[in-house]
Design a protein around this ligand. Structure first.
Ligand SMILES: O=C1C[C@@](O)(C(=O)O)C[C@@H](O)[C@@H]1O
Length: 530
């Protein structure tokens, strides 16, 4: 017997649902509804995570009212139990009662975990389905991506409207495993697949192209219901997920850790601005071999390479430009005819901004540090004809670099008596989260220009010191944008929209700084993400 006539028959759901489903969380029904009302303006496909509520059953009348007023919304009810990675502490019978009630409260779809489905007594699932609600049977693996075919075989007998498989990507190539699996299922238009974890971002952006019926995105940054989830607006506006098709070229920034890199927002904005059919991903690379495999499997057309892979990748390149070879590091890889070619745009990111202000030919430059960034600064400025001095905490590394590059080393006590045309900080000192005393004092800044390669915070202590003495400065953002702009040109052959790139980077940094000051202290106990 049908308890309720559904507003949408399950077979029409496919045409009704959007490509991006946004989970709605909240500790109270009022909080949930407030969030849902805000999200619905942009994305009308919502998953109400009833398991986040203390008393889900009591919330259903309010949610019913919301759904009757918001007829454009397609709503999933999920009440995942703690044993399956959710937050619901009740038993299976309580979960079923809530889902059945959701089915008669205007929800279009309910989400049931495979383990729950398998534990049901005969006829119980049928009873739930008789409410007229469509069914997703889900499987989550919070540790790995494995045995996807086996999971599929376990879900299939329940004949759900959607089969959802959510493993965790431990490697970049786990995304390929998931996407190949979905592609193989091409006679099933009802598969939903996404990898959790920082390494799983690839599947969140390219999964629809592989055939996933839809994907998940967080309401806002900070409201993720699973590790690695991207905010809906970022996924739609920055990654342009609606436009990713078979012809979309894939690029990315590879490193470890990569989560807070601003390259994806900068490069995707540039692609959008120049209407290039390309998407740029954050690639959490724990191992270079995993990255190299991914590059060929996807395939990836070009890479920005960052710490700690800039040196290690050199051995895997067909050819590099002469500066990368001298520096022993490369930050840009272009894939052509299956072969990888390396470039170093960090150098141009340093010399370009200086040469906009002064010629480096014959200029006297001081470089602080002797690591990777310092090598780019030293070789780059030497190449432009500057006389370079190196100051580093470990004198031997400075001496070695000086010898390789035809530069000199200098001691800290000599600075007050020496004048420079430009001082470049290539150490991480001054960067948000890095401890360490400033290297230079006011008396050491006898220079016409100070360039800090650190870009977060916008104004570093060194730049503040220079500003106080009215010495012109260049911020690390300029280097970041310039190295990215040159990469864009190598990737696409088009001039880079530098102003737009700069604008979006400054905007993101300001937002980050604001949310860092606004965010209340994290709770003592971190809850398990699901
Ligand atoms: O199953 C899924 C997918 C998900 O775990 C994700 O990885 O985005 C988020 C959950 O809210 C949803 O129920």
């Amino acid at each position: 017997m049908r308890v309720n006539v559904p507003t949408v028959a399950p077979q029409f759901l496919r045409s009704r649902i959007g490509k991006v489903c946004v989970p709605i969380i909240g500790a109270t029904p009022a909080e949930m509804l407030e969030k849902a009302s805000a999200v619905v303006k942009e994305t009308p496909f919502l998953e109400f995570r009833l398991d986040y509520l203390e008393k889900p059953l009591l919330a259903l009348p309010k949610l019913k009212h919301f759904l009757s007023e918001n007829t454009a919304v397609t709503a999933i009810a999920t009440c995942r139990r703690a044993a399956n990675g959710g937050k619901f502490s009740g038993n299976l019978a309580a979960e079923m009662e809530i889902l059945s009630k959701a089915g008669t409260s205007g929800f279009h779809i309910v989400d049931l975990e495979l383990e729950s489905a398998e534990s049901l007594k005969k006829g119980e699932l049928q009873k739930l389905r008789e409410t007229g609600v469509a069914l997703i049977v889900s499987h989550h693996d919070f540790t790995a991506t494995k045995d996807l075919d086996g999971i599929f075989k376990r879900i299939e007998p329940f004949q759900p409207d959607f089969i959802k498989i959510v493993p965790t990507a431990k490697t970049l190539t786990d995304n390929v495993t998931l996407m190949r699996f979905i592609e193989r299922m091409d006679d099933h238009s009802n598969i939903v697949g996404v990898c959790m974890g920082d390494a799983g971002i690839i599947s969140r952006v390219l999964g629809l192209r592989a055939g996933s019926a839809f994907t998940f995105a967080a309401a806002t940054a900070g409201e993720e219901t699973a590790p690695g989830q991207i905010a809906a607006r970022t996924l739609i506006e920055t990654y342009r997920i609606d436009q990713v098709d078979a012809a979309t070229k894939v690029y990315g920034v590879a490193g470890n850790p990569i989560r807070s890199s601003l390259s994806p927002i900068m490069m995707n904005t540039a692609f959008r601005r120049e209407t290039v059919n390309a998407v740029y991903l954050a690639l959490q690379a724990n191992k270079l071999s995993d990255l190299l495999k991914l590059v060929h499997e996807i395939p990836i057309q070009g890479l920005s390479v960052t710490m700690p892979l800039k040196q290690e990748i050199m051995a895997h390149l067909e050819k590099t430009d002469p500066l990368s070879a001298k520096i022993g590091a490369c930050n840009t890889v272009l894939r052509q005819d299956g072969k990888l070619y390396g470039f170093n745009t960090d150098v141009a990111g340093i010399t370009g901004p200086i040469e906009k202000r002064m010629s480096l030919r014959g200029a006297k430059a001081l470089v602080l540090g002797a690591g990777g960034a310092a090598r780019a600064a030293v070789f780059g400025m030497r190449d432009k004809g500057a006389d370079v001095f190196i100051l580093n905490r470990t004198a031997e590394t400075a001496q070695k670099l000086a010898k390789q590059s035809g530069s000199k080393t200098i001691k800290k006590d000599a600075l007050a008596k020496t004048t420079f045309d430009v001082i470049v900080n290539a150490t991480p000192i001054g960067m948000t989260g890095i401890k360490g005393a400033p290297i230079l004092e006011a008396a050491d800044l006898n220079t016409k220009l100070v360039f800090d390669l650190v870009y977060n915070p916008l104004e570093t202590p060194l730049l503040r010191l220079a500003r106080q003495q009215s010495i012109p400065i260049i911020t690390g953002i300029e280097m970041f944008v310039q190295q990215g702009a040159r990469q864009f040109e190598i990737f696409t052959g088009k001039p880079a929209p530098e102003e737009e790139m700069l604008r979006v980077v400054i905007h993101s940094l300001r937002q980050q700084a604001e949310s860092a000051t606004e965010t209340p202290a994290p709770p003592a106990k971190t809850k398990k993400a699901s």
